[in-house]
Design a binder for this molecule. Sequence first.
Ligand code: FE
Length: 339
Amino acid sequence: MKKFAFAPLLLAALFTFANTTASFAKELVVYSARNEQLIKPLFDAYTKETGVPFKFITDKEGPLLERLKAEGANTPADLLITVDAGNLWAAANEGLLQPVQSKDLEANVPPFLRDANNQWFGLSLRARTIVYSPERVKPEELSTYEALGDAKWKGRLILRTSKKVYNQSLVAMMIAEHGEAKTEQVVRSWVANLAAAPASNDNGVMESIAAGQGDVGVVNTYYFGRLLQEKPELKGKLALYWPNQKVEKSGVHVNVSGAGVTKHAKNKEGAVKFLEWLSSDKAQNIFADANLEYPVNPKVKAHADVAAWGEFKKSPFNLTQAGSLQGAAIKLMDRSGYR
Ligand code: FE
């Protein structure tokens, strides 16, 4: 009889073993400031390939960082995904991320698109470039971001509000390139040329130009791509221009969406593996194409619609400065009257 009495125990032991084996594919918990529609396909593809299940929440970057801070060591989050190097830098600066050593990530993500201390990695690239009305502007009239302050653009420039991190990062990177004094002159000259009060978002900038309220502006490339997909009738009314191409040690301001492993990750190993996968050939197109962005991995080709905008030279400055100079950029825009 004794041996039967042990049977349930043996079964229980086997069950535990099976469970342990299953939990080899340990769950990953992700906090994401990117929309579910942009990240869910990646989670699904990774689960399909590896069996790793995901739990995730999406929210705006501010509340997500606050939540990570409040949870401290008790956070369930293994990985933070967000947009803009300014936000990634802020998360690292607040001590919410941890450094990661990975040969794959170092090979796949160019140095200027990741944190110098490996606390975050860019995973998709967006260009913040000039958009113009081909009906009223010849591309030869354009040259640099700085030249949008020239007198010929008086009453013709449309900008998005300075309250958005995208413009804070753009100005921070200009400070990295020119120093504060010259950058302030440029920002003041932009403000003097504004055709209208700053728009609340990039689509607002493009809609204003399409409607004839202004002739030139600055937007992220994927908004341009998405707007033209939604409203093909705007095709003759808006065009992209790559500025600062002939300026030495300059180029188009690029930024990233990216991710970092949280300081108190319970599954660091799994989080690093997932990050490596995200930077790989396999995942880069899923990540970039979903939002009409560029892959960060130089071996991977952009989506045909994105590639059709043409090649351009990128600003070579390390994006860490979008964060470290963000405070200076915000103050500079404020005292220049850029609202
Ligand atoms: Fe955006």
